[in-house]
Design a protein around this ligand. Structure first.
Ligand code: MG
Ligand code: ZN
Length: 227
């Protein structure tokens, strides 16, 4: 038996099983009228800080629940709850470097989906494998922070290829870190021609209106004009 072929088949089966589970989760969200987004980035890009600012910005407009995936701790879910999430559930992956659909199912069981408009899933900080595992959400939001540099779409093409929105966080620090938005955008657009690229800062609030506008209206044209 050819060992290499056997390995490839196992990987294909894992993805097929995951995709089928993700479809079931999406059906649950659809039935409850919940918009689900999968927030992906490297560690330290400001995902949790952005979630906090998003929760404050959407207060009184949308009921938002947050599911946080981390290898350990409940720090991020605690922060989301403190910032106004109607519910915050932590998934500890026990070492796994990405979320998979089967990990989300018990987390959804703990949410009152009928009372939620928007579900933000904060994936494990990692720019590689989270892109390969659907988790039942409707949109992929990929974050690259200005301090990380302009080269991320060139080094991690997979995650940018599947993005519906690309956020450049910590935009207030872009000059200091000499972030080259043109080279970054060129790299993103080579992979994903029409994706929205939004520079923003949770700290100063710059760009937050466009981000919140996309979340509330899902209006691509309006967001593009706002930038
Ligand atoms: Mg976090
Ligand atoms: Zn992984």
């Amino acid at each position: 038996m050819n060992k290499r072929i056997a390995t490839v088949q196992v990987v294909e089966n894992i993805h097929a099983i995951n995709d089928a589970q993700a479809e079931k989760l999406r059906a649950r969200l659809d039935a409850a009228g919940v918009h689900g987004i999968n927030l992906m980035s490297a560690p330290g890009s400001g995902k949790t800080t952005l979630i906090e600012a998003t929760l404050r910005g959407l207060a009184g407009e949308l009921a938002v629940a947050v599911i946080d995936g981390d290898i350990a701790t409940t720090i991020d879910a605690d922060r989301a709850a403190a910032a106004g999430a109607v519910a915050a559930v932590q998934i500890n992956t026990g070492g796994n470097c990405h979320l998979e659909a089967n990990m989300l199912a018990p987390a959804l069981d703990r949410l009152d989906l009928a009372a939620i408009d928007l579900l933000i899933v904060e994936n494990v900080g990692n720019l590689i494998c989270p892109a390969n595992f659907a988790i039942g959400t409707h949109h992929n939001v990929v974050i690259a922070s200005a301090p990380e540099g302009w080269d991320k779409p060139y080094k991690y093409p997979g995650i940018f290829t599947g993005a519906d929105v690309v956020l450049v966080t910590k935009w207030d620090a872009a000059d200091f870190f000499e972030f080259d938005l043109e080279r970054f955008s060129t790299g993103v657009r080579a992979l994903n021609r029409d994706v929205m690229i939004l520079p923003l800062s949770a700290k100063t609030g710059e760009g937050m209106d466009a981000w919140l506008g996309w979340l509330t209206k899902n209006d691509k044209e309006q967001v593009t004009k706002a930038i």
